[in-house]
Design a protein around this ligand. Structure first.
Ligand code: THG
Length: 262
């Protein structure tokens, strides 16, 4: 499982405060703790309230780069921010994210290919989040095709079917799993399939239980990457165990520790 830590996000109060007061230690601690817990990449999102989104993103990336070379998932919906910061952030990067509209996706594929970066492509277009499986698959295939034409290898592409909270969109988790299973079949090697896992339980009770149960279900359908909370120990144990049961690793009595200390 390719785990991208979700905690460096301005929607969290402590991160919002750290951005405002330029308190790098808070960010560096979150980076180190998430990586120690098993994340291999870190999502970086300045949050909805940041006044200078570009400056805040660069400050976050620079703060993180002082403690790790891990891949950074540059999480912004704004092209002007993405295109300005990507050339300035050293090391491995994933562009998070592009929509599927051909003109938009071509731009992002070009930027990712130029910087040998990864790209998360959302199965969403000008019409919004699809209400069915077929449209998700169609938009996913559209992104796969544009990536192939643009010279972005499938190992660098992550397709995100967009998971919504189960309390407001009851069919969405099922639709996403079905789209994941189908999109795995459209290229060889296939692209990665990714979700922002915590979305599924927003404003629900039993968030941890919902997150880890859905993670195991989605992994059984071919999910192999997630933006999620690596500091949730039960969630990480579920991810490792689903990898074990999905033949991604071999059993030994200490498989949980072995996977954590890899
Ligand atoms: N796809 C892609 N990128 C994404 C998402 C996605 N990036 C952002 C988001 N979704 C994934 N990250 C989070 C981070 C936190 C939460 C949900 C998703 C979360 N936060 C608490 C909440 O809203 O209740 C914050 C509570 C607090 O302040 O402590 O749940 O889908 N490509």
């Amino acid at each position: 499982m390719y785990v991208i830590g979700e905690r460096i996000n301005g929607m969290f109060e402590n991160v919002k405060r750290a951005i405002r007061h330029k308190d790098a230690k808070v960010i560096q601690d979150l980076a180190k703790r998430q990586l120690a817990a098993g994340a291999v990449a870190l999502d970086v999102n300045v949050g909805p309230a940041a006044a200078d989104a570009q400056g805040a993103m660069l400050w976050l990336a620079e703060s993180i780069r002082a403690v790790t070379d891990a891949a950074l998932s540059i999480d912004t919906a704004r092209w002007e921010v993405m295109s300005a910061v990507v050339p300035k952030i050293p090391g491995e990067k994933i562009l998070n994210s592009s929509k599927a509209d051909p003109q938009i996706a071509s731009q992002y594929v070009g930027l990712a290919a130029e910087h040998k970066a990864g790209l998360i492509g959302l199965t969403i277009d000008a019409a919004g989040v699809p209400g069915n499986v077929e449209k998700r698959v169609e938009l996913g295939v559209q992104i796969i095709t544009i990536a192939m034409e643009g010279g972005l290898p499938m190992e660098k592409l992550f397709i995100d079917p967009i998971i919504l909270p189960v309390n407001v969109a009851a069919q969405n988790p099922t639709h996403c799993m079905q789209a994941i299973a189908q999109l795995k079949l459209f290229a060889d090697p296939p692209p990665h399939l990714l979700i922002g896992l915590s979305n599924v339980s927003q404003r629900c009770r039993e968030r941890g239980l919902i997150n880890r149960t859905y993670l195991a279900m989605a992994m059984a359908h071919g999910l192999d990457a997630a933006i999620m909370d690596p500091l949730d120990e039960e969630l990480m144990s579920t991810a490792i165990t689903a990898d074990l049961l999905g033949e991604k690793m071999i059993y030994c009595d200490s498989y949980l520790e072995a996977a954590r200390h890899r």
